[in-house]
Design a protein around this ligand. Structure first.
Ligand code: ADP
Ligand code: MG
Length: 778
């Protein structure tokens, strides 16, 4: 891996000639510099002597004149080939005018072994080196591409096993990492130098046949012979592997159009060649300018196909093939100028490292297996041979389930931790158990007490049942601060109720039946009906038997007389509402209250029982303690030398104490359960109450409220909300407080529900405080 960038290596190869232009070409002894002296050609030969002589100096990587193919390969190409085997891409490219020796340099003579060029030598080197590097497994593939007039030709398509694609199906494609490949170009695996050379010759043959068939010179096309190498370590079992491409490029002749004087097909070829070489030059100039972030590779097939073989992470070698004769001096100069530009291109050679996903998985699986074996050894040493680290089987999961159940019941003292998987499974079972328990409790509570969801007939039956219970519920209800419901209570109207009735009677005196608002009419009716309790309809009877808890809770004193034109007072309207549109919710509320009271009564009873048991425990424990102290703290003794008579009462007491403690525990648990039920029922009652009042408010506003009476309504609303302070403040001697309370009412109105819930919750907590404290047992 090379951390530093390097220049493209540029060499000049001068074709041997007996007529070397000494006056024009000077190769300096450093072997790196070539000077060109040239007098610009003039159309008038007699004046040519007057044309000034120009000189150019080119300093390159090497100027090679009269060197053998062997020397040339060793000096120019060997390093690139060897580094290709390390994973670096390499490109060797020959450039120059037709006949200057590009093909000779690249392929050489196919008849003479000594005269063989770079490609056969590189192939030989690759296979020789592969044989030496035994720690790596190499695979080699070859491809041979020809680009003629912007058409891609697969020179190895005739080889057996190749897909024989049509020229049009071949496309230059770019890989995500920036590399390029030719879709449709055949890739041939080779396992020996011979196989590889056979393919090279096959390709050369196709190149010649093609040129004859199309009546063209083989030097009118660009040829790219590519050796694709992949290397994997045989010693390291990691998933890394390296790949590289060794591109050996024989470019088409670079001679200028004017000089060749071509026409027809030749002209067309020359145009294509010139264009592609111009684009190559542009790409090279862009590559040489490091400030440019775009290189126009896609302008021609040649530059596109060589995109990852010119600059980038590639080892690039450029060979400028030139004639040694004076007649070609202008083309030589042009080729050397091009070569000098190429020298400015920098590359950053880097190994093409890849990760093999399949190999990586295989390796990780192997690692896991090895670690498991290691763990198994550790467990054997630690005397825990039965532990496995595989996923738990059905049977193992069932065993864990059983363990957790027994642990929860108390029959299993602890669950031994054996592995992480087992711990996870245990926690999963605990979670499941909690969820199941939650579901069970929820379903039980809903089934028993969620009367809101029950149908009306069931509710009615339930109410009747509770109504038959004893009058002690009055006392219980009072102690919880919730109005009780009992026939007794219903028959004995509270003072508030009496007041209400009184106001209704008063109203009836000022009105004739059938007149006034519907609510007023209804109040008259209910007043007359109250005198006829014995003939009430069953429906009405039920209503009259219901405790007027809501009216008691929500009714203000309501002692102002009502005028026929004014809307009914809120308390009266509320009564009507409960009898009419709000009857269902009112009934449900009452039913829920009944349940609540019943559960509270039970709670109270249980508390008393628990405390009674506790007192008994204390009474039983005291004499045992005394006996213990008398024995001088020598511990419990049931049989002594004097006989068992003296110890018998103590033993009986101990037995009693044990039984009492068991009873205490049992009662205590029941007490907890009933407490949860009371809380749940309280929640239902609160919900119903809020709903009843909010529905009433909506109904009242809709039916009776007129803008002029807003202030009066506000006052009534405030009263309905049981704001006692409001009632006290709104006395005739405090008239200025109206605005204040009006504003306060608005606030309360928006927070109606919250306020009501708060009120009932407050009451509830008061009620619970009245319960006797539960005595702890030690
Ligand atoms: P190009 O491919 O550049 O058009 P060639 O490689 O076909 O030119 O060379 C033209 C002729 O010159 C060939 O017959 C070749 O054998 C010969 N030739 C070129 N370079 C050399 C060299 N260095 N030594 C001997 N003969 C050469
Ligand atoms: Mg050639």
């Amino acid at each position: 891996m090379k951390p530093h960038s390097r220049e493209v290596e540029v060499f000049v190869r001068i074709k041997p000639t007996s007529n070397f232009a000494q006056d024009h070409i000077e190769c300096l002894p450093d072997g790196q510099t070539v000077n060109i002296y040239h007098r610009k050609s003039s159309r008038k030969p007699p004046d040519s002597r007057k044309t000034p002589l120009s000189s150019w100096s080119f300093r390159l990587e090497g100027v090679l004149q009269d060197v053998s193919q062997e020397e040339f390969y060793t000096q120019v190409c060997r390093r690139v080939v060897l580094e290709a085997l390390d994973g670096y891409n390499g490109t060797v490219m020959c450039f120059g005018q037709t006949g200057a020796g590009k093909t000779y340099t690249m392929t050489g003579s196919t008849e003479s072994y000594k005269q063989r060029g770079i490609i056969p030598r590189a192939l030989q080197e690759v296979f020789l080196e592969m044989g030496k590097r035994t720690e790596h497994a190499f695979t080699v593939h070859l491809s041979y591409l020809e680009i003629y007039n912007e058409t891609l030709v697969d020179l190895l398509s005739s080889v057996r096993g190749s897909p024989h694609p049509s020229p049009h199906s071949m496309v230059v494609m770019e890989e995500p990492g920036g590399g390029v490949f030719i879709r449709g170009l055949s890739l041939h695996p080779v396992h020996s130098e011979e196989e590889a050379l056979h393919l090279l010759f096959e390709g050369e043959m196709n190149r010649i046949i093609g040129s004859h068939a199309l009546n063209r010179s083989s030097s009118r096309s660009h040829c790219i012979f590519t050796v694709h190498i992949e290397s994997r370590s045989r010693t390291l079992s990691d998933a890394k592997y390296v790949t590289s491409k060794l591109n050996l490029v024989d470019l088409a002749g670079s001679e200028r159009l004017g000089k060749t004087g071509s026409e027809g097909q030749m002209l067309k070829e020359a145009v294509y060649i010139n264009r592609s070489l111009t684009f190559l030059e542009q790409a090279i100039l862009a590559l040489a300018d490091r400030r440019r972030d775009h290189v126009p590779f896609r302008q021609s097939k040649l530059t596109h196909a060589l995109k990852d073989s010119l600059g980038g992470n590639c080892n690039t070698v450029f060979v400028a093939n030139v004639y040694g004769e004076a007649a070609q001096i202008e083309e030589t100069l042009s080729t050397l100028r091009f070569a000098a530009r190429m020298k400015c291109v920098h590359t950053d050679p880097a190994v093409n490292e890849h990760m093999d996903a399949a190999a990586q998985i295989k390796k990780l699986q192997k690692d896991v297996q090895m670690l498991k074996e290691e763990l198994s050894i550790c467990n054997t040493l630690a005397n825990r041979p039965s532990i496995t680290y595989e996923s738990l089987s059905e049977a193992q999961l069932a065993e864990i389930h059983s363990q957790v159940q027994r642990y929860l019941e108390g029959s299993l003292k602890e669950i031994t931790i054996v592995s992480i998987r087992q711990v996870q499974a245990v926690f999963a079972q605990f979670k499941l158990a909690v969820q199941e328990q939650e579901q069970r409790v929820k379903a039980q509570l809903c089934q028993t007490y969620d009367l809101v969801e029950k149908d009306q007939s069931a509710n009615a039956a339930a109410v009747k049942e509770w109504d038959t219970r004893g009058s002690t519920e009055d006392v219980e209800a009072a102690s919880f601060g919730v109005p009780a419901q009992s026939p007794k209570n219903t028959r004995r109207p509270s003072s508030t109720k009496a007041k209400t009735k009184k106001s209704r009677e008063k109203q009836s005196q000022n009105k004739t039946p059938g007149e006034g608002s519907p609510a007023a009419r209804k109040s008259l009716e209910s007043a007359s009906k109250s005198k006829l309790n014995s003939v009430q309809t069953p429906e009405r009877e039920q209503e009259s038997q219901e405790p007027d808890s809501e009216s008691q809770e929500s009714q203000p004193p309501g002692n102002e007389p009502l005028h026929p034109d004014s809307p009914p007072s809120k308390e009266e309207a509320f009564e009507d509402f409960k009898a009419g549109p709000g009857s269902t919710i009112n009934r449900i509320l009452k039913e829920n209250k009944a349940v609540l009271l019943e559960r509270r009564s039970l709670l109270r009873q249980l508390t008393q029982e628990v405390n009674a048991v506790k007192r008994k425990i204390d009474c039983t424990a005291a004499p045992i303690q005394q006996q213990k102290e008398l024995r001088g703290g020598h511990g419990q003794c049931l049989v002594t030398s004097g006989g068992p008579l003296l110890q018998e009462p103590e033993a009986t007491l101990l037995m009693q104490l044990r039984e009492l403690k068991a009873l205490y525990r049992q009662r205590y648990e029941a007490l907890h359960d009933i407490k949860a039920e009371v809380n749940y029922c309280q929640h239902l009652v609160d919900q119903c109450r809020v709903r009843l009042l909010s529905e009433f408010e909506t109904w009242y506003e809709k039916n009776f409220l007129v803008p002029e009476e807003e202030e009066e309504e506000d006052v009534t609303m405030a009263k309905t909300l049981r704001e006692d302070d409001v009632e006290q403040q709104l006395l005739p001697d405090n008239p200025g407080s109206a605005s204040f309370y009006s504003a306060r009412h608005r606030t309360l109105k928006t927070r109606n529900n919250a306020a009501l819930v708060f009120t009932s919750a407050q009451r509830n907590s008061d009620g619970q405080r009245r319960l006797p404290p539960i005595l702890p047992v030690t």
